[in-house]
Write a protein that binds this ligand. Sequence first.
Ligand code: TMP
Length: 371
Amino acid sequence: MEPRTFPLVLELCDDCGNLQLRDCLDAADLYRHYLYVTPDSPMLRQHYESLHAYLANGHYIRPDSFVLEVGSNAGLFLQFLQPRTAKVLGIDPATNICEMARASGIDTVCDFFAMDSARAIREQHGAPDLIVARHCMAHNADPHVMVSAAAELLTDDGHLVIENAYGLTTVENNEFDQIYHEHMFYFTIRSMKALLARNGMHLTGIFMAPVHGGSIVFVAKKARPGDVVDVSVEQFSRREDDLLRPGTFERFSENAYAIKERLATLVEDLVAEQKSVWTYGATAKGNTLLNYVGLTHQQIGYCVDSTPIKQGKFLPKSGIRVVSEEEATASPPDFYLLTAWNYKQEVIEKVRRSGNNHTRFIIPVPHVHIV
Ligand code: TMP
């Protein structure tokens, strides 16, 4: 059966500097049954530590806080927070993933975060002091739904923490594969300020984090006279103003095209030399990369991924079969195209620890190179 395909066009708002998809798919189709399970990664655990330290330092989280996480997935971040704060609660729309979270001891509401579900949470659990939305605010066609629900639900002095891939890092590092249908928005500081202002909130702090190719953590609260705004907001905004120019986006587009050409030629040459090439990481971004470059199961043997529910399935359009890390260790290829390049160091270390000193890694961004 031919897979369904959808346009993938990124647009830039001249006014607020927001980057967003022109065509958004239906959220229920995307999220009610979900295959992404947060990997148990040392890099992510380190990030949880740093993020918690930043939030505790700013008094956004305290030992007596009630923390709600939106898009809480299988509950890994809340498991980390649980011993450090008074109460944690998750909300996530994916029924299969909520069951995993509950099984691991994380109380999780199975729903989209919107005004109705926010009010139901307040009735049953009270108002949270902190709402955390990591890598999910940009995943819906209307981000006002989540921000307005957070403004309604938070305590008056409570904070909303939004973490996402930073639109300008995506562009600066040629991470064009971050553009896929789940990522509907690529927030900039300017666009986040505009989004918050329309919901009676404002930005009080910014924290940059290395995860997912360069992420930004926005801290916001309901705007009140006398609110203290951290200097980070002004500092990062100034840097962003320098970058938000047409030339930045023209370069991005040219570099994406150069990566496509280089990668297509490299894989073609390797296959001609009888080398085996697989991909590592059944990531959403990997599908953008493979389908843009035009690589399929004809050149790529398998895709390796540690997530059990992805194994045995096929990548959309390219038709590459997903296998486990154990299967890959048993008969590894000559090259891995690292489609989970955001975990580069730990994936390479893991492969070497398994005794495989032979396979080389093709890293697609910021420029194609082999390690
Ligand atoms: P993400 O970049 O969207 O977080 O997806 C990473 C994917 O890579 C996810 O499907 C899990 C997979 N993965 C592995 O297969 N092995 C690993 O060591 C890590 C860290 C991730």
